[in-house]
Design a protein around this ligand. Structure first.
Ligand code: FES
Length: 152
């Protein structure tokens, strides 16, 4: 009787350990560095993109998207090529510094315009026309492979 009880406890313990092992492994694994955020397409709809947090840079779009549209814009940031040096990327906040509306890239004029009260900003975020008095916040941007990353 004692032997059966011991065997039962041994098998029960092994079964319990086997069942819990994957859960323990998952709990101990490093957290994924990829998170989700969103971009705004031409029609104003949002679409998810990946966010890389390891070095603080976020994937905001692809080089192909930038080449096609001339800019990339998410809810947080807008990226365009420097009009004076197309090899250089300029990343600025998407939020107008007047009252926080989302600025829009005007491709023909190579500047951002706010639809709420008509403030205008250069590609580098400098105020061109009020009522906004403060430049758009600027961020570092870089190309990694085929993707555009911004340190937000
Ligand atoms: Fe942009 Fe007023 S919120 S100009």
């Amino acid at each position: 009787m004692m032997l059966k009880r011991r065997s039962f406890l041994t098998y029960f313990s092994l079964g319990w350990l086997t069942a819990c092992f994957p859960v323990v492994l998952a709990a101990c694994a490093p957290k994924a560095s990829i998170q989700s955020t969103a971009t705004i397409d031409d029609k104003g709809a949002t679409k998810p993109v990946s966010k890389i947090t390891a070095d603080g840079f976020t994937v905001v779009g692809s080089v192909a998207e930038l080449e096609k549209a001339g800019y990339i814009q998410t809810k947080e940031v807008a990226v365009s090529k420097d009009p004076t040096n197309p090899k250089q990327l300029l990343a600025v906040s998407s939020k107008c510094t007047h009252k926080g509306c989302d600025v829009k890239w005007m491709a023909g004029e190579k500047k951002y315009e706010c639809p709420c009260h008509s403030s205008e900003f250069a590609a580098d975020g400098k105020v061109l026309k009020g009522p906004a008095k403060t430049n758009l916040t600027t961020y570092s941007a870089k190309v990694v492979g085929t993707q555009i990353l911004v340190k937000i």
